[in-house]
Design a protein around this ligand. Structure first.
Ligand SMILES: Cc1cc2nc3c(=O)[nH]c(=O)nc-3n(C[C@H](O)[C@H](O)[C@H](O)COP(=O)(O)O)c2cc1C
Length: 212
């Protein structure tokens, strides 16, 4: 299969400096809303890149569940491969590929665990099946079979038959505190618009246009 000719023009309205919000989180909120309204599937899905002590990068999809001026929050297993890498090196990058709008947003920053009460607040809103699922999986470990997981689910259903499913101590959120956020808008002839916000030492954000 030859995919070298696989391309399309990005005929989109441009992004100009005067359209940009002063705070990139406000800009993100605007673009997120537009992605949602445009029917982008799983607009909150983001690629999360991490690298541990060995500097070898690894990447996977996770779901953004909260964002505000403090940062961007996803939930996961604190024993997973990504969590071990974050323990070793808290610098991470995330990417939202909103290709239906010819857009991407790239964020770099530092990941920190959210407070237990924040994880609990979110965990308690999850469907019971997802709550039980969190208990069943030592995420990223090698397992023998699918049956192993099914058996574990039966065991957890029995264990937590009554009342609420408690928050596992090994499960919770990370907040990515951003210091760099780039908004990319595809344009004609590959002359795309790129604006990069960079956090300054006084807490304000600078904005620069980057070559596409
Ligand atoms: C659409 C989608 C959403 C996902 N959301 C999450 C998530 O929010 N949290 C999570 O831990 N894993 C999520 N996953 C699974 C991860 O991509 C990954 O397989 C898992 O977290 C283990 O990654 P690791 O071994 O690198 O730690 C999602 C996968 C997909 C395809």
């Amino acid at each position: 299969m030859d995919i070298s000719d696989y391309r399309r023009e990005y005929m989109s309205q441009g992004l100009s400096r005067k359209d940009l919000k002063a705070d990139p989180v406000d800009q993100f909120e605007l673009w997120f809303r537009q992605a949602d309204e445009a029917g982008i599937v799983d607009a909150n899905a983001m690629s999360l890149a991490t690298a541990g002590r060995d500097a070898s990068p690894s990447i996977r999809t996770v779901l953004l569940k909260l964002f505000d001026y403090r940062g961007f929050v996803f939930f996961t297993n604190y024993g997973s491969r990504k969590a071990h890498q974050i323990d070793e090196n808290a610098r991470v990058a995330i990417l939202f590929p909103w290709l239906g709008l010819n857009r991407q947003v790239k964020i770099e920053g530092v990941a920190e665990r959210v407070a237990t009460h924040e994880s609990l607040r979110y965990f308690s809103t999850r469907p019971r099946g997802s709550q039980l699922g969190a208990w069943c999986s030592n995420q990223s470990e090698v397992i023998s079979s699918r049956q192993f997981l099914e058996a574990k689910l039966m065991e957890m259903k029995q264990k937590f038959m009554e009342g609420e499913v408690p928050l596992p101590s090994f499960w919770g959120g990370y907040r990515i505190v951003p210091d760099l956020i780039e908004f990319w808008q595809g344009r004609e002839n590959r002359l795309h618009d790129r604006f990069q916000y960079r956090k300054q030492s006084d807490g304000s954000w600078s904005v620069e246009r980057l070559a596409p």
